[in-house]
Design a protein around this ligand. Sequence first.
Ligand code: COA
Length: 254
Amino acid sequence: MMTAAATVLYQKESSIAWVTLNRPQVLNAYNLDMRDELYTTLEAVRDDPEVRGMVLCGAGDRAFCAGADLTEFGSAPSQAIARQVRWERDVWGLFLSITKPIIAALHGYVLGSGLEMALLCDMRIASDDAVFGLPETVLGMIPAAGGTQTTSRTIGVASALELLLTGRRFSAQEAFSKGLINRIVPRAQLLSETLATLESVLAANQQALETVKAVIHRGLDLPLDKALNLENRVAASSLVSQGGNVQTWQSPVQ
Ligand code: COA
């Protein structure tokens, strides 16, 4: 079944949701329509019990997403108002509320909000031609799709500062060496390799996957001793095994 919205496509294939940013004529620039349609789509992914995992990708040959739609910034009464309307719907919070595994499949330009969106996913697989960048400061803005926080949490403060302060573009190879992406694959295999990766992830116990995601994210906000304690408590209370088989998961992270 394919539901075609103007700016975001949602396709469900067995237990996997394919979510495609779909404004290829403007390199999938993120505008208000896309915000609204992505919000609705992510709610569907979150709430559909048949969906066990999600791939986020971009339509067309040239880009995953070339960032926020710069023409909307020009048409809004002020940059502050342009930003404000984006906050009316917390798409970024919605990404983080999805307990199912999400993989971003990245090709071509992955700039600004595009990269920030990818950083809200659990894994990032990029084609060898991908070009990355967080150019907001160069444009007189700061990242506002979580980038100031997710970049440093993903690759550390020193690398995050360098990328955010310079706004320079960088290659898939550099993104990989910094730990910003998990894998590089040839362009022709991007979607098939992403699907294979997600399928292998989904072979595991769903509750285990969701719990480990939650514990990692929750632990990042805690001092190490408390984070280790969290892991201990969740591991002890959640897993009841018999003969090595997972029987029940009793206590997801509160
Ligand atoms: N917002 C709105 N439109 C955008 C866009 C964006 N972020 N990025 C690209 N587009 C549009 C272009 O205006 C162009 O539209 P047109 O055909 O109607 O003129 C179309 O997408 C193709 O882009 P174009 O600039 O012609 O391609 P290019 O190969 O010469 O350059 C980029 C590609 C990505 C280097 C260039 O488009 C660019 O710098 N985009 C802005 C990136 C950016 O700063 N994003 C915001 C981060 S906060």
